[in-house]
Design a protein around this ligand. Structure first.
Ligand code: ATP
Ligand code: MG
Length: 439
């Protein structure tokens, strides 16, 4: 980091550490624990890029047209590296056109200008090379008082960028701070404006919010200022019901701090209200709509759906399973087997009677035993599909798929061994496979 400061000084440019890193350092988080550093400078983006390159830093593009250049800091002697850095040209203003994912930026000339356009006082502190703070809005005081306050007029600030309402929730979740009363009122007044914000930006903040340690307080805040009813009406609907809401808060807050576990807990809570007995399938059905509204990527929605749809199959079972049944179940859950087990255990711990704990423990022991014996996830030789095509003169398609499935299940059931040559499996097919679809 010292080398970074020196490079800008040599070029006659200013450089400050800003944003979350300064806030976290002021809160006593050690430097090693920070993996994301935001800097700002009075050099323009192309110049920033040149300064970084000439000083030998690894750079990458994050949106040079918005004023930001990415770079990576390495260190052979200090722990906590490599660190990801973004160096951004001072801005005097930054705004988003309605629904847009990308900001329109106006460059500025001074650090004071740049700090003025930021949202909360605690996020508007800069730090220079010597470790001295530039703190025009008493962000350090607010950190001590543990309060979230914006640096200019709350109504105007939130009108300028309504995403900031959601960001209040995110920082409540992260820090557990109080929200300044004027800011809270303004958030309530501006709640509907969140509709002007792109769903990608909603998701980014919601993800961070859900991962916070004070997520219950954050969701309470979002419900109070009515914005939860816009973003997640399914969950907001529980608020008036008392018990289901407090169950939801305990479930989400107590979940392992992983996105899929937290989202699954939100959806499970809604499903639990609709279908007291077996909320899993109901909750899994909710994923589609919410994933679409919030622009989840396919991997995340598939993971959440699997966890929700499957964790009850698991917990409803008995421990009198054969090895084959365990292998079949694992195949069903893969690649989210561990996540599904973790979720089942979590739900049982928070809302259940704890009576599934033993069964889950048994299941995991059985899995571990099979794993140790190298017999949990048996695999067919690579390229077996192609061999089937050639051996039986088939076209790639369902005819091949049925034969492959037949082999896979025979393998899971322990009827045939693993790691034979392809011919062995072809002989087995010849002898045992009857294609129902052809009859
Ligand atoms: P984290 O550690 O979770 O990344 P952060 O404070 O770095 O927290 P970012 O969203 O990465 O949060 O934003 C970096 C900084 O940019 C913030 O600290 C804030 O000063 C400023 N900022 C980001 N988004 C906005 C916004 N919508 N309005 C005003 N300032 C913003
Ligand atoms: Mg950040």
């Amino acid at each position: 980091m010292q080398r970074l400061f020196e490079a800008f000084k040599r070029a006659g440019k200013e450089l400050y550490l800003v944003g979350g890193a300064v806030r976290d350092l002021a809160l006593g988080v050690p430097m090693v624990a920070l993996d994301d550093l935001d800097f700002c400078t009075n050099s323009r983006p192309q110049e920033t890029l040149r300064i970084l390159k000439e000083a030998g830093f690894t750079t990458y593009d994050v949106g040079i047209e918005f004023g930001t250049v990415g770079c990576v800091l390495y260190s052979e002697t200090e722990p906590g590296y490599p660190k990801d850095c973004q160096v951004t040209t001072y801005r005097s203003a930054e705004y988003y056109r309605r629904g847009s994912r990308h900001p329109v930026v106006k460059y500025g000339d001074t650090i004071a200008q740049d700090l003025r356009r930021r949202d909360f006082s605690i996020n508007s502190i800069a730090m220079n090379e010597a470790g001295e703070f530039v703190d025009p809005y008493d962000g350090l005081g607010d950190l001590e008082r543990r309060v979230l306050r914006v640096v200019s007029d709350p109504l105007e600030t939130l009108a300028e960028d309504p995403l900031r309402i959601l960001r209040i929730g995110r920082f409540v979740a992260r820090l557990g701070f109080d929200v300044d009363p004027d800011l809270r009122r303004a958030a309530d007044e501006r709640a509907e404006h969140i509709l002007d914000i792109s769903r990608e930006r909603w998701l980014q903040e919601m993800n961070k919010l859900l991962l916070g340690s004070e997520v219950e307080a954050a969701l309470e805040f979002l419900a109070e200022v009515r914005i939860l009813g816009v973003i997640l009406p399914e969950l907001a609907g529980l608020k008036a019901l008392g018990g289901p809401w407090s169950d939801a808060m305990r479930l989400v807050g107590g979940a392992p701090p992983e996105l899929s576990q937290r989202w699954a807990s939100v959806l499970f809570s809604v499903g639990a209200f609709w279908a007291r007995e077996r909320p899993g399938p109901h909750a899994a059905m909710l994923v589609e709509g919410i994933a679409k509204r919030l622009t989840f990527d396919n991997a995340l929605s598939l993971e959440i759906r699997t966890i929700l749809a499957q964790h009850q199959t698991l917990t409803a079972s008995t421990s009198e399973w054969t090895d084959a049944a365990i292998r079949r179940m694992v195949r069903e859950l893969d690649p989210f087997c561990a996540q599904t087990l973790r979720f089942a255990r979590h739900v049982d711990q928070i809302l259940g009677s704890g009576d599934r704990k033993e069964w889950l423990g048994d299941f995991e022991t059985r899995m571990a035993d099979l794993e140790k014996a190298g017999n949990l996830r048996p695999e067919l030789p690579r390229g077996i599909g192609k061999t089937i095509v050639e051996t039986f003169g088939l076209k790639p398609g369902p005819d091949v798929g049925r034969r492959k499935d037949f082999l896979e299940f025979s393998l899971l059931d322990g009827l045939i061994p693993e790691a034979k040559n392809a011919q062995f499996y072809m002989d087995y097919l010849n002898e045992h496979f009857r294609d129902d679809a052809e009859e």
